[in-house]
Write a protein that binds this ligand. Structure first.
Ligand code: NAD
Ligand code: UFG
Length: 337
């Protein structure tokens, strides 16, 4: 199948390109590089041994989207493009709604006009909202968004559901990711956040590599096993493979949401201890106040994806730690090094 991959130069997009090409699919990347580097595409090309076509464009640019569909005759879209920093979304909500919601609307309109009606969308566990009990199950429906970024994901899910209901030629998978970490086992592609990382794993590896002095653990007084927050971390390669399963399952019309997680929560202190034991690196850390908006615990009920897509996360937390560290230690400055 020929797949247009919006946001294909980003963290999850690059890993998905590698798995798509390995499975025999053709790809074309559509990215404006606002949070990624063209070097990442070069690394993907090196891994897959072939050229990866790229359209440099914004998903809000309808004319550019139309040209991409006309020139590349894609049959499906995997839609990663969007802004994802929760903290920034509080400060710049309109920019988040513009990129994530208006951008997706433009993309869906261009798809409609090009007759491309299969989409796999990057959603997030955040759509379950702040009051949902763990584990999160798809049948719960969406809750009250805990931040503007989560609000954009919920609106886009709704928009896609409404579209599919109005026209049964569409087929859509809403993939609700839990916490993707890790990197390709080659160490050639991985997560390369701009500035100081917001997320735990890149922060931790940047402390280990000496770019940052110590990790602040945001709160140790939650009602969890050891007082620190628990999350469902999954390997980015497993996550990439989930997109293939969703794409290959989507010959039938309709819309369906799937949790992509392991079904297991790990605390921040357990993350630090596992990283230290796998890599032999010591992580200096301190206990800091809670971070606003953090939920005590979030993990998936991952049975729907297993039963309906035949997908489950295979890699262990140790694999995630080893691969994150291989990437960070070989590329201390990310793609900028
Ligand atoms: P990323 O920032 O590494 O990748 C996103 C890519 O989209 C980047 O290459 C960026 O340049 C591009 N992009 C952004 N806005 C664009 C626009 N308007 N037009 C064209 N390209 C644009 O992020 P990621 O971690 O790979 O996440 C991919 C998707 O998965 C995002 O939609 C994100 O919200 C979602 N998601 C990520 C996580 C996570 O923890 N990484 C969790 C849940 C959901
Ligand atoms: N944490 C620290 N110190 C840090 C960074 C994080 O202690 O420097 C802790 C957080 O408090 C949290 C855990 O590590 O308990 C994981 O934090 P991340 O920022 O890595 O991940 P989140 O679960 O907060 O965020 C993720 C996605 C968002 C999504 C959100 C809600 O990155 O896209 O889940 O579903 F919106």
């Amino acid at each position: 199948m020929k797949v247009l991959v919006t946001g294909g130069a980003g963290y999850i997009g690059t890993h998905t390109l590698v798995e798509l090409i390995a499975a025999g699919h053709e790809v074309v990347v559509y990215d404006n590089f606002c949070n990624s580097s063209p070097k990442a595409i070069g690394r993907v090309e090196e891994l897959v041994g072939q050229e990866v076509p790229v359209v440099r464009g914004d998903i809000r640019d309808r004319a550019c989207l139309d040209r991409a569909f006309a020139e590349h005759s894609a049959e499906a879209v995997i839609h990663f493009a969007g802004l994802k920093a929760v903290g920034e979304s509080y400060r710049q909500p309109l920019s988040y709604y513009d990129n994530n919601v208006t951008g997706t609307q433009r993309l869906l309109e261009a798809m409609e006009d090009a007759g491309v009606r299969t989409i796999v969308f990057s959603s997030s566990a955040t759509v379950y909202g702040e009051d949902a009990p763990v584990p999160y199950v798809e049948s719960m429906g969406r809750g009250r968004p805990s931040n503007p970024y989560g609000g954009t994901k919920a609106v886009v899910e709704q928009m896609i559901e409404d579209l599919v209901r109005a026209d049964d030629r569409w087929s859509a998978s809403l993939l609700r990711y839990f916490n993707p970490i890790g990197a390709h086992p080659s160490g050639r592609i991985g997560e390369d956040p701009q500035g100081v990382p917001n997320n735990l794993m890149p922060f931790l590896t940047q402390v280990a590599v000496g770019r940052l002095p110590e990790l602040s653990i945001f709160g140790d007084d939650y009602l969890t096993r050891d007082g620190t927050c628990e999350r469902d971390y999954l390997h980015v390669v497993d996550l990439a493979l989930g997109h293939l399963k969703a794409l290959e399952a989507k010959s039938a019309p309709g819309v369906a949401a799937f949790n992509l997680g392991t079904g297991k929560g790990t605390s921040v202190l357990e993350m630090v201890a596992t990283f230290e034991s796998v890599t032999g690196q010591q992580i200096p850390y301190c206990i800091a106040p809670r971070r606003a908006g953090d939920l005590p615990a979030s993990w998936a009920d991952a049975s729907k994806a297993r039963l309906e897509l035949g997908w489950s996360a295979e890699k262990t937390l140790e694999d995630m730690m080893r691969d994150s560290w291989r990437w960070q230690s070989a590329n201390p400055e990310g793609y900028g090094g």
